[in-house]
Design a binder for this molecule. Structure first.
Ligand SMILES: *[C@@H]1O[C@H](CO)[C@@H](O)[C@H](O)[C@H]1NC(C)=O
Ligand SMILES: *[C@@H]1O[C@H](CO)[C@@H](O)[C@H](O)[C@H]1NC(C)=O
Ligand SMILES: *[C@@H]1O[C@H](CO)[C@@H](O)[C@H](O)[C@H]1NC(C)=O
Ligand SMILES: *[C@@H]1O[C@H](CO)[C@@H](O)[C@H](O)[C@H]1NC(C)=O
Ligand SMILES: *[C@@H]1O[C@H](CO)[C@@H](O)[C@H](O)[C@H]1NC(C)=O
Ligand SMILES: *[C@@H]1O[C@H](CO)[C@@H](O)[C@H](O)[C@H]1NC(C)=O
Length: 570
C-alpha cells in the first residue's frame, strides 16, 4: 500500500517537475486531421523510429519497457534504449533514455538485450553493443540507484564487453542476449543469437558472478534449416497449471520454449531442458515439415517475454513494423508499434502455445454492442453498429450449422498463407469465408477481412484462419500481403472464436482462443475515423450462426512523456 502511494507521488512529481506533455492526447487531436494511423491504445513513442522491445520486466510494482529507438528520425539508425514505465501495462510514461553510446564497447549503437533480476532484487541488463570496430559484443548495465522506483539511470560495467566474437563467431552475426537463468548449481546461463557456418545457433555461456562468462563448447541448440537467429528467448512453461513460470524455475511440470526470430517471423519449438548438462531435447525442430509454430502468422518480430511475479504470468511483447513506405514514415514522423502485451501459456494438448491480450486492456472498453444467435445466411454482411469501429475490441463466436458442407482439402495444401491468398474473402466458398470486416467503408470498397474457412481432409476437419489486406486501402503502394494460419481445433467439439483488437492502422487477431494469432497493418484512406465501419460477414454458401458477439469502443490509453530531456543524448 505504502509503496504504491510513494510511487504515485513519484509519478506526479515526475510529471509536475518536468511538465507532462500528453503526447497521445495531442496526437489524438492531430489524428483527426493528418494522423489517421496513429494508434489509440497501442504503445508508441511520441515520434520517431521504434523496433524491438527490450528488457521488459516487473520490478517492485512497476512494469518497465525499454525499446530500440532512433531519437533522431522515423527510420532505423542511431539506436539507443528508450525507457517507459507503467503500473498496468496499458497507461505509460516515457522517461529518460536508459542506455545510449558512451563506451568503446557500445559507441556505435546499443542494440537489443534482456533484463535478469539477480539475487537481492537487483536488475541487470545484458545488451549488444556495437564497438569501435563495428563488432557486436555483449555488455552489462545495472541501475545507478536501486532506491529510485523508476530505475531512471543505468551505469555500465567497467568490465564491458563481457562477451566478444572470438573463436569462429562472425562479429556481424552475434547479438541479442536473453534473460539469464540460474541452474540448481547456482551458475548463470545465457544464450546469444548467432549464425555459424550458415546455420542459426544459440551460443551458450555460463557464469558464477554474471561478469565473467565462459562459452560452452556446445550451443544450447542450432539448426541447419535456418540462417541467423535474432532475439532468441528461452523460458519454461507449465504443463499442469495456467500460471506463468519464472525463468530460472525447473521442475517436472515444465517444458521449455526456444524462440528465434528469422525469415521475418518469430518461430518457436518446445522441448525439455536439463540444467545438469544444459541439454535441450526438442519435440519438433525449426522448419520441420508439417511443423509451423509461430507466435503470430502476420507481422510480429523480435519479441521478448518476461515473468510477471505480481500476477504469476508470462507476458510477451513483439515489434509490429509498418507496411507503408519509408517516405510515408518520414511524413508521419514515426514508424513501429508494440503489440498489446499477451499472456503466454502452453495449450491443453501441450503441443503449442496459446496467447491472449493481458486482462488489463479490458479497462479501456467503453460503449458496447452484443448479438446472440444471429444467423448469417450466404452472402450476409451485418453491421456491428454503435461503436467506434476504428478503435475497438471485438469478441465473436461462430457456430457451424452444417459441418457436412465443408469442402474437401487436397492434403498437399500445407501452406496456410498460400491457401488464404488463393481463397480470399472475395472467393465464395462453402463453409466460409465468414468472419469480420474491419476498417470497412459502408460500400465495402475498403475492408480488412479476418475470416475462417472450414475444410475436410480424410476424417479430419481443418480450420483455416486468414487476414486479407488486399482490399484494405485504395492506396496502391502498400504491402497488402494476405496472411494465414491453421487453427489446431476440432469444430465438431467447439465453436470458432475470434478476438480482434482494432486500432486505426493495426488489427491483432486471436483465433481459437489464442491458438492462432495474426497481426496486420492497414492504412485505409476512406475508412478512417467516423467513416470506418465494422461488419460480420458470411460469404460461404452454407449458413453460419453468430452464437455471440461482443464489441466495445476502446478508450485511449494515457501514454505521456516527460519533457526533461528535449534533445537526444547524441
Ligand atoms: C536514490 O533515489 C531515491 C528515491 O528517488 C532518492 O531519494 C535518493 O536521493 C537517490 N540517491 C542518489 C544517490 O541519487
Ligand atoms: C572466469 O571463469 C573461468 C571459468 O569458471 C575461470 O577459469 C577464470 O579463472 C575466471 N576468470 C576470472 C578473471 O575470474
Ligand atoms: C517490415 O515490413 C516490411 C514491409 O511490410 C517487410 O518487407 C519487412 O520484412 C518487415 N521487416 C521485418 C523485420 O519484419
Ligand atoms: C454493455 O453495456 C451495458 C450498459 O452499459 C452493460 O450493462 C453490460 O454489462 C455491457 N456488456 C458487456 C459484455 O460489457
Ligand atoms: C463475396 O464473394 C463475392 C463473389 O466471389 C465477391 O464478389 C464479394 O466481394 C465477396 N464479399 C465479401 C464481403 O468479401
Ligand atoms: C456453440 O455455441 C452454442 C451457443 O452457446 C452452443 O449451444 C453449442 O453447443 C456450441 N457448439 C459447439 C460445437 O461447441
Amino acid at each position: 500500500m505504502e509503496i504504491s502511494v510513494i510511487l504515485v507521488v513519484g509519478f506526479c512529481v515526475l510529471l509536475v517537475d518536468h511538465g507532462a506533455q500528453a503526447s497521445h492526447q495531442s496526437s489524438r487531436n492531430l489524428q483527426e486531421t493528418d494522423q489517421p494511423y496513429r494508434t489509440g491504445y497501442h504503445f508508441q513513442p511520441p515520434k520517431n523510429w521504434m523496433n524491438d522491445p527490450n528488457g521488459p520486466m516487473y520490478y517492485k510494482g512497476v512494469y518497465h519497457l525499454f525499446y530500440q529507438y532512433n531519437p533522431d528520425g522515423a527510420v532505423w539508425g542511431n539506436i539507443i534504449w528508450a525507457h517507459s514505465v507503467s503500473y498496468d501495462l496499458v497507461n505509460w510514461v516515457h522517461i529518460d533514455h536508459a542506455i545510449y553510446p558512451t563506451q568503446p564497447s557500445d559507441i556505435n549503437g546499443c542494440w537489443s538485450g534482456s533484463t535478469t533480476i539477480l539475487p537481492g532484487e537487483k536488475p541487470a541488463i545484458l545488451y549488444t553493443g556495437i564497438d569501435t570496430k563495428n563488432h557486436q559484443v555483449q555488455n552489462l548495465a545495472v541501475p545507478k540507484n536501486l532506491s529510485d522506483p523508476l530505475l531512471r539511470e543505468w551505469i555500465k560495467s567497467p568490465y564491458n564487453p563481457l562477451m566478444t566474437p572470438i573463436d569462429g563467431i562472425d562479429p556481424d552475426l552475434y547479438r541479442d542476449p536473453t534473460t539469464a537463468w540460474q541452474g540448481p548449481d547456482k551458475i548463470w546461463r545465457v544464450i546469444v543469437g548467432s549464425q555459424i557456418n550458415g546455420h542459426g545457433r544459440a551460443i551458450l555461456y555460463r557464469s558464477k558472478d554474471f561478469v565473467n562468462w565462459t562459452r560452452m563448447d556446445s550451443p544450447l541448440h542450432s539448426s541447419g534449416k535456418t540462417e541467423m537467429w535474432e532475439c532468441p528467448d528461452f523460458f519454461p512453461v507449465s504443463t499442469s497449471s495456467t500460471n506463468g513460470v519464472d525463468t530460472s524455475s525447473q521442475d517436472k511440470s515444465t517444458k521449455h520454449v526456444l524462440k528465434a526470430s528469422f525469415n521475418h517471423h518469430d518461430y518457436y519449438i518446445l522441448g525439455s531442458y536439463m540444467p545438469e548438462n544444459d541439454k535441450f531435447s526438442v519435440e519438433t525442430n525449426f522448419m520441420d515439415s508439417g511443423v509451423d509454430l509461430r507466435y503470430d502468422y502476420g507481422k510480429f518480430y523480435a519479441s521478448k517475454t518476461f515473468f510477471d511475479g505480481a500476477m504469476n504470468r508470462r507476458i510477451l511483447w513483439g515489434w509490429i513494423n509498418e507496411s507503408d513506405s519509408e517516405s510515408d514514415d518520414i511524413k508521419k514522423g514515426w514508424s513501429g508499434l508494440q503489440s498489446i502485451p499477451r499472456t503466454v501459456l502452453l495449450s491443453k494438448n501441450g503441443k503449442q502455445l496459446v496467447q491472449w491480450p493481458v486482462k488489463e486492456i479490458e479497462k479501456l472498453r467503453s460503449k458496447n454492442v452484443s448479438f446472440h444467435d444471429k444467423k448469417l445466411k450466404s452472402g450476409s454482411v451485418l453491421e456491428v453498429p454503435g461503436i467506434t469501429a476504428s478503435q475497438a475490441d471485438v469478441d465473436v463466436s461462430f457456430e457451424l450449422l452444417n459441418l457436412e458442407d465443408a469442402e474437401i482439402l487436397d492434403p498437399s495444401w500445407t501452406d496456410a498463407q498460400l491457401l488464404c491468398s488463393q481463397k480470399k474473402a472475395s472467393v465464395r466458398g462453402k463453409l466460409g469465408p465468414f468472419g469480420l470486416l474491419a476498417f470497412a467503408t459502408k460500400d465495402l470498397k475498403e475492408q480488412t477481412a479476418i475470416y475462417f474457412r472450414i475444410f475436410r481432409s480424410n476424417h479430419k476437419y481443418i480450420v483455416l484462419m486468414c487476414s486479407d489486406q488486399s482490399r484494405s486501402s485504395v492506396r496502391e503502394e502498400l504491402d497488402k500481403t494476405t496472411y494465414g494460419a491453421f487453427v489446431d481445433m476440432d469444430p465438431r467439439h467447439e465453436n470458432i472464436t475470434l478476438r480482434s483488437l482494432i486500432d486505426h492502422s493495426i488489427v491483432e487477431s486471436f483465433g481459437g482462443e489464442g491458438r492462432a494469432c495474426i497481426t496486420a497493418r492497414t492504412y485505409a484512406k476512406l475508412a478512417i475515423h467516423k467513416q470506418a465501419y465494422l461488419f460480420a460477414f458470411n460469404n460461404g454458401t452454407s449458413s453460419v450462426k453468430i452464437s455471440r458477439l461482443n464489441a466495445w469502443s476502446m478508450k485511449n490509453a494515457q501514454i505521456v512523456s516527460t519533457t526533461k530531456r528535449r534533445k537526444s543524448h547524441l
